[in-house]
Ligand binder design. Structure first.
Ligand code: PAF
Length: 282
């Protein structure tokens, strides 16, 4: 596996691959790899000639007081894990090269970025869309892979790619969970054993919501009340949001029908965890 730091070197490697007729599969990441990341890389490996993974803790998607400085990092461990699943290039640009003095341009996807995580983290999706857009230009992939745990992020990137006529496919990959059901996240490393117990309630409440639907419940307020109760009765948990909404527009629904996204975010200790499920209403 090759490690590239310079943006120009990455552009040159991508151009070379394209000239040789190779397809480029791209996994953008902020590092501290877990099996969720490795699943994205493995999928990219199956579907592409050249697999590029970026490792860049993007400062513009963190708000003031968020965990940019303490975001978990393990560059050597990450390199070993990426190599073990057959990644060809690990692209690790420097922040000062990604955002040189004088940078003035950002990408803003309207509407869907105001809701859910966008409401709690103003500016977050502008930072995400901007860095992913820049990485797409540098890496020039035909396919890019995103985990569906960050469902809203996936939607924002898909919208950006469609609106800006990018010639690439945005692939969403199912959330990978630990055997106890907790969605894998780099931020799980912050959880104490007690907090991890509390975190179990996130996925359990999603599953309970589907059960309620299967039992015939269709009122969003009833399902939301059950989910909130299950989560908030856990120690050291503070709910940020729990929303039942349309999986495309993220507009809240007043009656359950068809596919409905149940998305939630909660602080468990100091970790802000998110999870979601697309609930199917028969
Ligand atoms: O999902 C992430 O890790 C980040 O938001 C991403 C897509 C790598 C952009 O920094």
């Amino acid at each position: 596996m090759e490690r590239i730091v310079e943006i120009q070197d990455m552009i040159a490697a991508a151009r070379r691959a394209r000239r040789e007729g190779k397809t480029i599969g791209f996994v953008p990441t902020m590092g501290y790899f877990h099996d969720g990341h490795l699943r994205l890389m493995t999928r990219a490996r199956q579907e592409s000639d050249l697999v590029v993974v970026s490792l860049f803790v993007n400062p513009t998607q963190f708000g003031p007081g968020e965990d940019l400085a303490s975001y978990p990092r393990d560059p050597e461990g990450d390199a070993a894990k990426a190599a073990s699943v057959g990644v060809d290039v690990l692209f690790c640009p420097r922040a000062e090269d990604m955002y040189p003095p004088g940078s003035r341009t950002s990408v803003h996807v309207e509407g869907i970025t105001d809701k859910l995580c966008g409401e709690s983290r103003p500016g977050h999706f502008r930072g995400v869309a901007t860095v992913v857009g820049k990485l797409f230009h540098i890496v020039q992939p035909q396919r890019a892979y995103f985990g569906l745990k960050d469902y809203q992020q996936f939607l924002v990137i898909k919208r950006m790619v469609a609106d800006l006529n990018w010639d690439l496919e945005v692939v969403g990959v199912e959330t990978v969970r630990d055997p106890d059901g907790v969605a894998m996240s780099s931020r799980n490393v912050y959880l104490s054993p007690r907090q991890r117990q509390s975190a179990l309630s996130l996925n359990r409440s999603l599953r309970r919501a589907q059960e309620l639907i299967d039992e015939g419940e269709r009122r969003p307020e009833t399902i939301l009340a059950v989910v909130k109760e299950m989560i908030s009765q856990q120690p050291q948990v503070r709910i940020d949001y729990v929303v039942l909404c349309d999986p495309e527009t993220l507009e809240e629904v007043s009656l359950l029908q068809g596919d409905t996204l149940l998305a939630l975010a909660a602080f468990v200790g100091k970790s802000r965890l998110i999870d979601n499920a697309v609930l199917s209403v028969p």
